[in-house]
Write a protein that binds this ligand. Structure first.
Ligand code: NAP
Length: 318
């Protein structure tokens, strides 16, 4: 072990990158660890229209990847050290925290957990086998594969309805399958979807099985009111269709299970992003919070980093 950082941030989504920006500006010796690409969920978001000061406007639609690229550059500008690795274990008790990766263990006086959340699967037979073969969790990544085909979107929240609208750029028809008879999505998003003549709705319905021999070609849909099941087949000429799943998220919190307080697998913090363990903070979608947006994740990251700075300076930790 060659050094003890002031701070290790785990996760380079909007929360982690903003924590890095604030920690770097505060001259904290900071290591930011990310196992995949920067940005987390927004790296694969086609359009960000509600980030204050974002560049989306009448002439330009800003993607999540563009926004993240600016956040990454800004974080690097303030001298945050970067590591591309997967964290395998953490030791959070005691004054010095240890963060293990396959090759090395890193030490710090404080840790900010910003590991975000993942798409929730339907959990039905056939889903795992047909993922990438008709089943997808990312319209931006896979929408173009469904040019002129039929596509079904599972879910009724903001994400499902927005992604359904995006998919109409490619698909011949997009059907939203929702388990109730009313969308959860906010009014402004609903209105746009209802006005889009390529979008249809399958109300009070859930997908109970996905079928296909190497490619998705049928599914079983259950009526949530009557319990009746029916099989939906691909159009004969197409031979396949797409199912995009947007039914919420699962927090990436397994590594911290039993180490910090959680509720429904989300980490509980106070308003300064402190967990119940001194020197351990959480920010963004991993946290128990009433709103999971880029702007709230960024705010969490800023608060967490400034609290670390304050706690180190005042001798509360370290
Ligand atoms: P969400 O709001 O939690 O919606 C999840 C949807 O999936 C709900 O319609 C839910 O049905 C349905 N669902 C959940 N489990 C299901 C299951 N097992 N089978 C079938 N359906 C299931 O998730 P989200 O849409 O991803 O949004 C997450 C957060 O991000 C929200 O706060 C949202 O406002 C925000 N967001 C905002 C924007 C924007 O402002 N532009 C865009 C995207 C996301 P019920 O309605 O019956 O519960």
């Amino acid at each position: 072990m060659d050094k003890v950082y002031d701070l290790i941030i785990i996760g380079a989504g909007p929360a982690g990158l903003t924590a890095g920006l604030y920690a770097g500006r505060s001259r904290l010796d900071t290591l930011l660890i990310e196992r995949g690409q920067d940005g987390g969920q927004i790296a694969i978001t086609d359009e960000i229209e509600n980030f204050p000061g974002g560049l989306s406007g009448p002439d330009h639609i800003e993607s999540g990847a563009e926004l993240v690229a600016r956040m990454t550059a800004q974080c690097a500008h303030f001298g945050v050290e970067r590591l591309s690795a997967s964290v395998s274990k953490v030791e959070l008790e005691g004054t010095i925290k240890r963060v293990h990766t396959r090759d090395k263990t890193y030490e710090a006086k404080a840790v900010i957990i910003a590991t975000g959340a993942l798409s929730r699967p339907i959990g039905c037979p056939g889903e795992a086998e047909l993922t990438g073969k008709g089943v997808s969790y990312c319209a931006t990544c896979d929408g173009a594969f469904f040019e002129e085909l039929e596509v079904y979107v599972v879910g009724g929240g903001d994400t499902a309805v927005e992604e359904a609208m995006y998919l109409t750029k490619f698909a011949r028809k997009v059907t939203i399958i929702h388990r109730r008879d009313e969308l959860r999505a906010v009014q402004s998003i609903r209105e746009r979807a209802f006005a889009n003549d390529k979008i249809e709705f399958m109300w009070n319905s859930v997908v109970t099985a996905l079928h296909g021999d190497g490619i998705l070609s049928a599914m079983t849909v259950k009526d949530t009111k009557t319990g009746e099941e029916r099989r939906v087949e691909a159009d004969e000429d197409d031979g396949m269709f797409g199912v995009f799943v947007f039914i919420g998220y699962l927090p990436n919190s397994q590594l911290f299970s039993g180490l910090v307080d959680m509720e429904y697998d989300y980490i509980v913090t106070d308003e300064a992003m402190r967990t119940n363990v001194p020197g351990v903070y959480a920010a963004g979608d991993i946290r128990k919070t009433p709103l999971r947006q880029v702007v709230t994740a960024c705010a969490d990251g800023a608060i967490a980093a400034m609290q670390v700075e304050h706690d180190l300076a005042s001798g509360v930790i370290g």
